[in-house]
Design a protein around this ligand. Structure first.
Ligand code: SF4
Length: 69
């Protein structure tokens, strides 16, 4: 799975960081950045993406197909 955060959509709410701190952290601008998506299982990744009310977390499978949102 590939994960990225749309910086224009992220408001720094922090749900993703709270749910998956090994995958997401805040940068200097209080936007979430991706650390290590492989550190959690796919279910946790999806849960973290679903926790973002702005759909700022985009997940793709290894073939590049968008899985979420
Ligand atoms: S949950 Fe969404 S808005 Fe909040 S920090 Fe994560 S990506 Fe940004």
């Amino acid at each position: 799975m590939k994960v990225r955060v749309d910086r224009n959509l992220c408001t720094g709410l922090g749900n993703c960081v709270a749910l998956a701190p090994t995958v997401f952290e805040f940068d200097d601008e209080n936007k979430a950045v991706v650390l290590d998506p492989a550190s959690v299982d796919d279910e946790t990744l999806l849960e973290a993406a679903e926790s973002c009310p702005y759909d700022a977390i985009i997940i793709e499978d290894d073939e590049g197909n968008q899985v979420y949102p």
